[in-house]
Design a protein around this ligand. Structure first.
Ligand SMILES: O=C(O)[C@H](O)[C@@H](O)[C@H](O)[C@H](O)COP(=O)(O)O
Ligand code: SF4
Length: 608
């Protein structure tokens, strides 16, 4: 199938503008492979520390008998998605020994549950926890004891952080080893209904907790299609999973077989194997485009408008919102998984899942099929589905027909002719507008602004009945440098109530929303952010006043205020909060660059 001309053009433009960064990156990886490619370079007194506690694997590691796999794990048993990882390392060591290899836990990384911190001070650490994870992965891998990297991470900032950290050791092969979604609980729509009733004071706290606990109820990833599950999709489209590993449930024989296959595959694709597939070659411009295309085709999390540029930078690649917007114009929406529809990822998986999406994208020429993946047979392998054939792991073509066309459709008959995410821009800056989760009748909103500097004040104004009208709620000073760019997902229920009361409602913010946010039209990640930059220049949002008419339109790609801001004074920014660890993240806020570049002090100060 020939590649779609727009995908071809955007890819060529990304390759061109990435040339300086990409060649510098690949040169560094070449140097790393030569200098630190395996543990041979370690002086004995250093090396001995690396296997002192390896017990039964000591001989194998010390005599370089086979590849030694470094496991970077984001295990904690508070995050439902990461709880299954507690037992993975011991199993992976056994799988490694089966093929003459060894495995060691090279290090742990933190994993924040954005569901627990949502709407609370901890959410102001969330975006920067991604870079903390990248830094922590680097601490583990810098021991240079390893011939390959197994990455155990699922949730929002964890996968992007692990990609960034592992890419700086891209001379090694790396495979993400997922754990899978929890069983489906209370439906997401029912969950949302109870939340809105609670926001209106028509449901008790006990009602809310009962509803939430029925929705989030077991080990495994939450089953809405938010950032965590968008991560799983992207790892398939980037060829960093064993094909089809994304949404197989935890604690099942197939899940174990996929984990075993990941360990065995890592032992084959190291530098000393006969099929060297270093991460620096797997994550190239085409893989980044495939990730963006997959995000658009599935209506994935808006957070990836920030994480894809950041991950790309770690591989020397430059992609921006214009690239994503042009891809969005030609990538059809093939799935409707909550918040873009009613069903969850388990239903999606049963209907044909990620294999169906990959096959459709490849057959429509919307994804690159000629990428180097960790699997043996390129991207086409990801258009299949894994199964156990008499207890042996095998793959088969996904059914030609979707198992549920209310959730999954072919590229010839999509839900929307173009993707789930748009760039909107104008005199208020550039922002992301997720169309796939919003009724088309609400893609254009023009209404008077009501301006806030924190989300708590929005909730108070809602409770006081001050927002019962057509309104564009502007929440500013929520950008990376201001307060760490938190998700403002707690605003979805009250704004949803206003919308259900028949008002024209929209949100405009330099903050983020959850991948699980939907329903209410929102222009988020507004860049430049309101907080003044080092030169004292405040972003346009700082000059908006109550009553200004604000217009956002996904169709025309517009974000503007119908007022002359020139003579106005910028509103004063509230200081960044302290407590709950926020003061420790001052250095991340101080150096963070804009959301369109990934919102990262770490990458900015590293010159990436
Ligand atoms: O980007 C995301 O997907 C969110 O951060 C998600 O990980 C977070 O947990 C949401 O808050 C969950 O949704 P609810 O808060 O609606 O449960
Ligand atoms: S998907 Fe979100 S809420 Fe669920 S475990 Fe991961 S971070 Fe927490």
């Amino acid at each position: 199938m020939t590649l779609h001309p727009v995908v071809e053009r955007v890819t060529a433009r990304i390759i061109e503008k990435s040339k300086p960064g990409r060649s510098a990156y690949l040169a560094l990886m070449e140097e790393e492979a030569g200098k630190h490619g395996d543990r041979n370079f370690l002086p004995c007194s250093n090396f001995a520390h690396g296997f002192a506690a390896a017990e039964g694997d000591k001989a194998a590691i010390s005599t370089h008998r086979g590849p030694n796999i470094g496991i970077i794990t984001a295990y904690n048993d508070m995050l439902s998605a990461h709880q299954p990882y507690g037992r993975y390392p011991e199993a992976m060591k056994l799988y490694a020994r089966e093929v003459g290899a060894t495995a060691q836990v090279a290090g742990g990384v933190p994993a924040m549950c954005d569901g627990v911190t949502q709407g609370l001070p901890g959410m102001e650490l969330s975006l920067f926890s991604r870079d903390t994870i990248a830094l922590s992965a680097a601490v583990g891998l810098t021991h240079a004891m390893f011939d390959g990297v197994a990455l155990l991470g699922i949730c929002d900032k964890i996968v992007p952080g692990l990609v960034i950290g592992a890419l700086r050791f891209g001379h090694l092969p790396a495979i993400f080893v997922p754990s899978g979604p929890m069983p489906t609980g209370l439906g997401n729509r029912e969950k949302q209904k109870v939340r809105q009733l609670y926001a209106e004071g028509k449901a008790t706290r006990a009602d809310l907790l009962e509803s939430e606990s029925k929705s989030y109820h077991a080990p495994g990833t939450c089953t809405f299609y938010g950032t965590a599950n968008s991560n799983q999709m992207m790892m398939e489209l980037m060829g960093l999973h064993i094909p089809g590993a994304a949404f197989v449930p935890p604690n099942t024989p197939l899940r174990s077989a996929l984990t075993r296959a990941a360990v065995h595959r890592l032992a084959e694709i190291g530098r000393d194997g006969n099929d060297y597939r270093p991460m620096c070659r797997v994550v190239d411009e085409k893989a980044i485009v495939n990730a963006a295309v997959g995000l658009l085709a599935t209506g994935g999390s808006t957070n990836h408008a920030i994480h894809i540029p950041a991950m790309a930078r770690a591989a020397g690649i430059t992609i921006d919102w214009q690239d994503i917007d042009e891809l969005s114009a030609v990538v059809p929406l093939l799935t409707r998984v909550y918040p873009n529809g009613a069903g969850d990822v388990n239903h999606f998986h049963a209907a044909g899942g990620i294999g169906y999406v990959v096959r459709e994208l490849l057959s429509a020429g919307l994804a690159h099929g000629d990428t180097l993946t960790v699997a043996a047979h390129g991207m086409a392998a990801y258009g299949q589905e894994p199964f156990l054939d008499h207890e042996e792991l095998a793959w088969r073509p996904v059914p030609h027909e979707s198992g549920d066309d209310t959730m999954l459709r072919p590229a010839t008959h999509p839900f929307l002719p173009d993707g789930g995410m748009r760039l909107v821009q104008g005199n208020l800056g550039r922002a992301t507008f997720k169309t796939s989760a919003v009724d088309e009748a609400r893609w254009t909103i023009e209404a008077p602004a009501r301006v806030f500097s924190d989300q708590e004040s929005v909730s108070a104004a809602f409770k006081a009945g001050e927002l019962d009208r057509d309104v564009v709620v502007v929440v500013r000073f929520q950008g990376p440098r201001a307060n760490g760019m938190p998700e403002l997902h707690k605003l979805t229920p009250p704004l949803g109530v206003l919308q259900d009361r028949g008002y024209k409602v929209a949100l405009v913010t330099d903050g983020r929303m959850s991948g699980a946010s939907g329903k209410v039209p929102a222009a988020i990640h507004v860049t430049p952010e309101a907080l003044p930059d080092a030169a004292g220049n405040a972003g346009p949002l700082a000059f908006v006043e109550d009553g200004d008419i604000v217009r956002l339109c996904a169709r025309t790609g517009t974000l503007e205020v119908l007022a002359d801001l020139s003579g106005r004074t910028a509103a004063k920014a509230p200081g960044a909060g302290s407590g709950m660890g926020r003061e420790l993240f001052a250095m991340f806020r101080a150096g963070a660059d804009g959301a369109e570049r990934g919102g990262s002090a770490m990458l900015a100060l590293a010159g990436l």
